[in-house]
Design a protein around this ligand. Structure first.
Ligand SMILES: Nc1ncnc2c1ncn2[C@@H]1O[C@H](COP(=O)(O)OP(=O)(O)OP(=O)(O)O)[C@@H](O)[C@H]1O
Ligand SMILES: [Mg+2]
Length: 268
């Protein structure tokens, strides 16, 4: 018997006015897997994640989370199942990092919204995991871009979801913090079978950590499946319109080096 997929999207179209933003997109992600969505600017990654999160309604097609149609979830059930990290973080609210992360507990709290010991422990754990515990008392408007991104990652973790939908979660992070976030996602994958679907422009991080990948081009799936297939230079080049060289590396599947078309880098 097939296991229930964490995320299953079938035949997704999204049209705005006369613009077909997504066309016939199919995406399945297993429980305990990291699924990378890559593709050039404007290829539809954010739109796809917003459809999976139920923030947009598809013009056609269906989305199921853990075998259940998205529309059958209440807001509260959805927030306990799935957390979404947007690409563009909201303007800093007048909150401290701890207050922001506590908002991730809303769907776990009773009608009165009283903060329990379990909530406090979940907040402390999420602050630690996202490496922002030392910033807990700092107001959001005083954070750097990367610190802000980690604060919002902590909020998503604090929801304790089975599914994380992350839109470019490492975009503002330095290499060490980017790796730390990917290690964190890999840890959640193996210890709690958390499924992460993440859009990224960091092809090397995606190639190294993803179990499955989707390459979008112009709102359609150009290639999907095993990362070794999706991240092959010959697949990436026609989609991105630049060259890619795979350089051997002892740390992972080799480093993808982009170069302008017609200007293959010199060896050595
Ligand atoms: N509501 C809308 N109306 C019209 N066009 C839209 C709408 N939303 C998105 N688009 C267009 O759809 C395309 C896909 O946008 P999307 O934000 O999903 O791309 P993306 O792959 O996330 O890009 P990036 O890498 O720059 O984040 C873009 O060309 C965008 O302008
Ligand atoms: Mg985007």
């Amino acid at each position: 018997m097939n296991a229930v997929h964490a995320v299953e999207a079938r035949g997704l179209d999204f049209t705005r006015g006369s613009t077909a933003v997504l066309k016939g997109v199919v995406l399945t992600a297993r429980q305990g897997a990291i699924h990378g969505i890559v593709g050039p600017n404007g290829s539809g990654k954010t739109t796809l994640l917003r459809l999976l999160a139920g923030l947009l309604r598809p013009s056609a097609g269906t989305v199921e989370l853990l075998g259940r149609p998205l529309a059958a979830y209440s807001h509260r059930q959805r927030a306990r199942t799935m957390a979404y990290l947007p690409q563009n973080l909201p303007e800093p609210l007048s909150l401290t990092v701890r207050e922001l992360v506590l908002l991730g507990r809303t769907a776990h709290q009773g009608l009165l919204g009283l903060e329990t010991r379990a909530d406090q422990e979940a907040v402390d754990c999420a602050l630690d995991l996202a490496r922002v515990a030392h910033l807990a008392g700092v107001r959001l408007e005083h954070l750097s871009g990367g610190e802000m991104q980690r604060a919002f990652i902590a909020k998503a973790l604090c929801q304790e979801p089975s599914i994380l939908l992350l839109d470019e979660p490492t975009a503002s992070l330095d290499p060490a913090h980017g790796l730390q976030v990917m290690e964190l996602l890999a840890g959640l994958r193996s210890t709690q079978a958390v499924c992460t679907v993440m859009a990224s422009h960091d092809l090397n991080l995606a190639a190294r950590y993803a179990d499955e990948a989707t390459l979008l081009q112009g709102g359609r799936v150009a290639c999907q499946g095993n990362p070794s297939m999706v991240f092959a230079p010959e697949r990436l080049e026609p989609v991105y319109g630049c060259g890619f060289e795979r350089c051997p590396s002892s740390a992972g599947p080799g480093v993808l080096l982009p170069f302008p078309c017609g200007a293959k880098p010199q060896q050595g």
